[in-house]
Design a protein around this ligand. Sequence first.
Ligand code: FMN
Length: 322
Amino acid sequence: MSFPATSFSIGSIAVNPPLVMAPLHEITDQPFRRMIREVGGVGLTVSEMISSEALVRHARKAERMMASEGERPYAMQLAGSDPEHLAQCAVLCEEAGADLVDLNMGCPASNVTKGGAGSALLRDLRLAERCVGAMVKAVKVPVTVKMRAGWDASQKEKAEYLDFLKMFADVGVQGLAIHPRTRTQQYEGHADWSLIARAVEASLPYPIIGNGDVVNAEDAHRMVRETGCHGVMIGRGALYNPFLFRQVLDPEFSVTPAMRIDVTLRFFRLLMELLDEREALHKIKKIGSWFTKGIPGGGKFRQRLNDCHDAQALIQELEALK
Ligand SMILES: Cc1cc2nc3c(=O)[nH]c(=O)nc-3n(C[C@H](O)[C@H](O)[C@H](O)COP(=O)(O)O)c2cc1C
């Protein structure tokens, strides 16, 4: 069955296919996004969240997170709670080539929320309005938001997120991704897709991208059927299966162990090409173990990964699995 959603637009930016690789902190860096793009099926990629407080100080790590090449459309995501700093950073993102600038209103991590950023913005409609409004005024590219269902169950029950959705329309936000878990839930329980459906029913002037718990092609189809969302954003599912976007578009698309090995090899090479060796090794250890799940001989490979000091040797070992 063909995917029930067609392409959609965020302002003048077409998202085609209507599938988005979710931002994942310390994972969706440039090598990861390039790999996902090469595999195909993705209509939009997003940077990891970039702290606006770090970026206004021109911290090197934050500036490097903006890097991209040949990746269109590409959104840069900011996390912060100071309207002026967010506006300045939105301009920096635009100048660095972002097609879209996104504000993180979902991160549940306490080191982010204690400064009032991420999902903490869901507790303060007026501050959120000033933040997102300042960004919209500062740049020509469309501004989007990625949010959770609320801070806690009581906020969710009162459907306060709908007030945020109306406010976004008023200040000129042009796209919204919603991960319908509360901050209190962290990653527990399940994403309540009925909130995505209510957001769609609210007939807002911008597209709604559904997110949460899509781990296979059928989930993505079901999310569109059940909620009417304009696009689907996938995070963790794509870590275990980078071919997931392709499978959503073509459920007949089958993935062989050789394809999994090849994509892992390609990813390792991209890490080595785009990062320094220390960082590349760190990422290989972290992400390589997900990619090799299900590959015959993958278990042994993952054991070696733990005490690896030489990425080139690991690449040879992976090649030998073919
Ligand atoms: C390791 C990890 C890092 C994440 N980093 C970000 C981030 O930087 N920005 C953001 O908006 N969401 C972040 N998220 C949330 C995801 O984008 C997504 O909303 C969530 O994982 C639910 O989607 P999924 O079920 O498809 O994974 C992160 C999630 C995980 C598991």
